[in-house]
Design a protein around this ligand. Structure first.
Ligand SMILES: CC(C)(COP(=O)(O)OP(=O)(O)OC[C@H]1O[C@@H](n2cnc3c(N)ncnc32)[C@H](O)[C@@H]1OP(=O)(O)O)[C@@H](O)C(=O)NCCC(=O)NCCS
Length: 368
């Protein structure tokens, strides 16, 4: 490839033609293996996520391009960001502050352009679009001119790495501040096995509208609990659930199922279950998605959030009713640790880049 000098490159929000090119690139990697029938269906699926939730306005797709030809569809690397509200508590403080942050997703370099530092440079530039100028080192001379799009409101940003912990740390802020640093989080997996597979008659399905309500109550509860949670000697951050956290995974799974003709539409989508009897007091609940990822293999029930107390037996009944063979839970919830399970940390490693929060940051309730 002709371009080798990073000073000649920049990062831009994509044009519609570049968005199409990026989808054409991503479809064979993330669409087709999940059974999505065409790039058009893949695009439609993601458009319909935006139309269903509160996260749409906050979405940007980015491309690394030659500065001399910023609208080219021959993109060198691309990624996406989603703006998310989050809370921060400073060490020893009881005051919870609201900040802006970003989730980085779908980092992709076309196969013929790989191993040339393209993704790394794009992500190094990305810091300069997201963070306030005062929180960034001077833009390195060797990188040419800073990106012209500057949101400048991120206290921090995060991503989930499927390529280990090192690559994203090397996507530095400036020339040598570490980029996204791994904050390894336990993932617990329980086998489901045979047994009762129907819901208790008192349980109720949670739909999208109810999930939205629960996001509000769970966010308020976290906000209250935050000063007393985690390591008080560290700065602690947590995402607000009101970003659509309880709806995003089920909706994303369902639109992919629609795009792969496994489901007709999103009507009647259940995103969780409320346990116990309807009595007015807060009932325990589980927000989850049960899917087979990658088009084949095990059906997994991935838990997005649990409001305890949820007895393990009840969890198994929910999983069996959903046809799942395994249950996955992220984070530090040890409530069901007495049951046979496996703990792993290697896949989808949460990583965090701090801009205005210093180096010593703990990510609370790091759920997926
Ligand atoms: C990961 C990806 C974006 C890297 O793009 P790139 O432009 O080649 O990245 P760079 O040239 O800046 O850096 C390459 C380095 O990334 C690391 N890397 C890339 N893929 C990796 C993997 N699967 N596992 C571990 N490290 C990996 C290696 O250190 C690699 O160095 P090498 O080329 O000397 O082996 C690209 O391989 C890709 O698009 N993969 C498919 C989509 C994907 O997996 N995206 C990441 C999701 S978290």
């Amino acid at each position: 490839m002709a371009v080798t000098n990073v000073a000649d490159l920049t990062i831009v929000p994509v044009t519609p033609a570049q968005a199409r090119a990026a989808s054409d690139n991503m479809y064979p990697h993330w669409g087709q293996p999940n059974g999505v029938v065409s790039t058009d269906e893949y695009i439609k699926a993601f458009d319909s996520i935006a139309a269903t939730g509160p996260w749409d306005t906050a979405y940007t797709a980015w491309a690394l391009v030659p500065r001399s030809d910023p609208t080219t569809v021959d993109i060198l690397s691309h990624c996406q960001t989603f703006r998310r509200r989050a809370f921060v508590v400073q060490p020893g403080s009881d005051t919870v502050k609201q900040v802006t942050s970003y989730v980085v997703a779908h980092v992709f370099t076309p196969p013929e352009k790989r191993s040339m530092g393209m993704a790394r440079h794009m992500l190094r530039l990305l810091h300069y679009t997201l963070a306030p100028k005062d929180d960034l080192p001077t833009f390195p001379k060797a990188w040419g001119a800073p990106p012209t799009t500057h949101y400048g409101d991120a206290a921090f940003s995060v991503l989930y790495s499927d390529v280990g912990p090192d690559f994203y740390q090397g996507c530095t802020v400036g020339e040598d501040r570490p980029g996204w640093v791994a904050t390894p989080t336990d993932k617990r997996t329980w086998p489901v096995g045979q047994g009762e597979s129907t819901w208790d008659p008192e349980w109720e399905a949670i739909d999208l509208a109810q999930a939205k309500q629960l996001e509000v109550t769970a966010t308020a509860a976290n906000c209250q609990a935050m000063p007393r949670t985690g390591d008080r000697t560290r700065t602690r951050v947590a995402f607000e659930y009101t970003n659509g956290s309880f709806r995003f995974s089920p909706v994303r799974g369902a639109v992919i199922d629609v795009a792969s003709h496994k489901r007709k539409n999103l009507d009647g989508l259940t995103v969780g279950v409320r346990l116990g009897a309807p009595s007015g007091v807060e009932r325990p609940y589980i927000i989850y998605t049960a899917r087979i990822r990658g088009g084949a293999g095990t059906k997994k029930m991935r838990i997005a959030h649990v409001q305890h107390p949820v007895p393990f037996d009840a969890l198994l009944r929910v999983a069996r009713a959903a046809g799942a063979q395994e249950i996955e839970l992220w984070g530090d919830d040890s409530s069901w640790d007495a049951e046979e399970h496996e703990v792993t940390r290697e896949k989808e490693i949460p990583c965090l880049a701090s801009y205005s929060l210093g180096k010593n940051v703990e990510w609370l309730w790091c759920e997926q």
